[in-house]
Design a protein. Sequence first.
Length: 265
Amino acid sequence: MSNEPEPVARPEADIAMTLWEHIGELRSRITKAFVALMACTVAAWSFREKALEVLVLPYKRAWVEHKLAGTPELQTLGPSDVFVGYMQLSLVVGIIAASPIIFYQLWAFISPGLYRREKRLVVPFVFCSTTLFMSGVAFAYYVAFPFAISYFLSLLGPIGNSEMVLTQRPTLEFYLDFATRLLLAFGIVFELPLFISFLVIGGVVTPRQLLRFSRWAILLSFVVGAVVTPGPEISSQLAVSLSLIALYFISLGIAFVLQPKRLET
């Protein structure tokens, strides 16, 4: 009987790569993702007015709902503000549209170090990543964004019994910053279940460890909420933080289902 140790399983086609080869591979993947992003951004520019019309719709609805005087409008302060605003909006639309390609390039960069059975997850990974990202954007647009806008506009109007009145005429720059930051923040936040699932499948963490970490996860959720939605808008920060907490506990339930059998001992 041989006492030689059994060979250690290695990823399929395990080929040693130098640091420069890794950097070259990373540059190639980034370049492809960038080209896709620029192509989608250029395409988004062609219907920029329609995109802005859709983005301001929650604001218009909240304005009518609160019966505010006048017509809702977005002001500009400089000659180039409209151009810069449309460029910003086109870039955000481009990011959303190019997200499947961006996620694929991310997986393609990681996959050489994986086993054959793990490489088969490329399609589910891209599908789940894109679906979760789009779900986060949709949740922000249809739930979090209208809620935040409605709350902010509810604070307008007469100040007590005085003759002073609080009004609002937002600029295009501030409105786009607030709206697009919220959309992208929720898109990224909704990737949490997928991230935790891969940690569990890879044996990096166990569901019980995640459960013990939950109190810190709640604290970190509020920290992340403040970071990804900087500014004085407390309602948007709370929306992101509470969504993170909910997603964490959803991920916890998924983790108990996905945990490898060997981790149950």
